[in-house]
Design a protein around this ligand. Sequence first.
Ligand code: FAD
Length: 425
Amino acid sequence: MSAGAEHHVVIVGAGFGGLEAARNLASAPVRITMIDRRNHHLFQPLLYQVATASLPTSEIAWPIRFLLRGHKNVTTLLGTVTGVERDGKRVLLDGEPPIAFDTLILATGARHAYFGHDEWEPYAPGVKTLEDATRIRRRILSAFEQAEWETDEARRAEWLTFVIIGAGPTGVEIAGTIAELARDTLRGDFRNFDTRSARVVLVEAGPRILAGFTEDLSAYAARALERLGVEVRLGQAVSQCRADGVELGGAFLPARTILWAAGVAASPAAEWLEAPADRAGRVRVEPDLSVPGQPDIFVVGDTAFVAGADGKPVPGVAPAAKQEGHYVAKLIKARLQGKPSAAPFVYKNAGNLATIGKRAAIVDFGWIKLRGRLAWWIWGIAHIFFLIGLRNRLAVALNWLWIYVSGHRSARLITQRDPGRAPPD
Ligand SMILES: Cc1cc2nc3c(=O)[nH]c(=O)nc-3n(C[C@H](O)[C@H](O)[C@H](O)COP(=O)(O)OP(=O)(O)OC[C@H]3O[C@@H](n4cnc5c(N)ncnc54)[C@H](O)[C@@H]3O)c2cc1C
């Protein structure tokens, strides 16, 4: 690896992994180009709160340019990467000239996967970007508005049925919050129906919800959801998604709002690199996170597949992406100083957390497992701690406190909807 100020590191993706790499390389004698197709870094763990009207968008996203403004060796570019010339060492972009690199870090994350049924996406959107979250918020709030107009009871029931597919942390969090919206936040706001009659159905193909947690925590979460009025349907795979409902377990369930929280696939980095990948499309990287046969190209975060010390894949979570970004930055700095190759990447488990509504959560740090209100406070404090900037931390804390005490959610805005009574989207 050539040393000196001209060594050019290109980072694609300013999510958790890419941003951490950029920050840790900022003091190194390198020139860094950060490329992202969006102008903001997004705190995805709280995205569902935007989707369910609990937080405004600006509380969980920050302009990348602003976050990196203090690092004079970093240039931020808004652009979409479409490929990589491995041998020519260039990154290819949509509508912009290629960019040459000495070292490349791909941190392009993951996207929804519909298990071969991409045609379901318009009916069952997933939550991955700010646009997704505001679209889902529009659908949820518009469904209640449509129910207010409806005079036919069966059709009103369709508008008031919300189906969430996939009972991982995101599905559980969305289901719990929609149930609270209906029971608590919106109660009394409509004249032609009682919002408490809304049905929230959480569908899971596996035998239990939150499969990444221990059985007792998962059972606790299922009970907490049921207390909120959520119907949990286990062992039922969805076989059809339509505008007016879903087919599951051989029966049709009419519903006007269907949300997808069932699966993700990695960004197409493995295709760009023609590198070996696992079934989810993640690049099978070397223990130092470089691409096999390409020591100057690294892949981190949700797009990388690497085994942890226990032999299991490192999970697709924010702390793993950050640790990988940090590790690669350190490795690049060591190489520039001519130091021998680094020890393999080792993931340090940062714990597993999920919340069920505004009063219950489950937390598993390995050495301690908690559930209930105390777990909810730990969940809340952990998330506030990882937000960027004092203003956002205070704003989110105040928002949550307000929801906790009053049940009111201030971000109940339907935006980007055509005027008139047209159904959402
Ligand atoms: C709804 C939801 C809830 C979650 N909850 C939690 C949680 O509670 N706890 C937790 O630890 N993890 C959670 N996660 C997972 C966590 O957010 C991811 O593991 C983490 O974001 C991965 O970081 P990353 O850097 O790999 O990718 P990302 O953070 O996804 O960043 C990828 C970046 O690459 C950019 N990009 C992608 N493709 C291109 C391209 N072609 N050209 C240019 N730029 C591109 C994107 O715009 C994005 O900025 C959640 C994820 C979601 C979607």
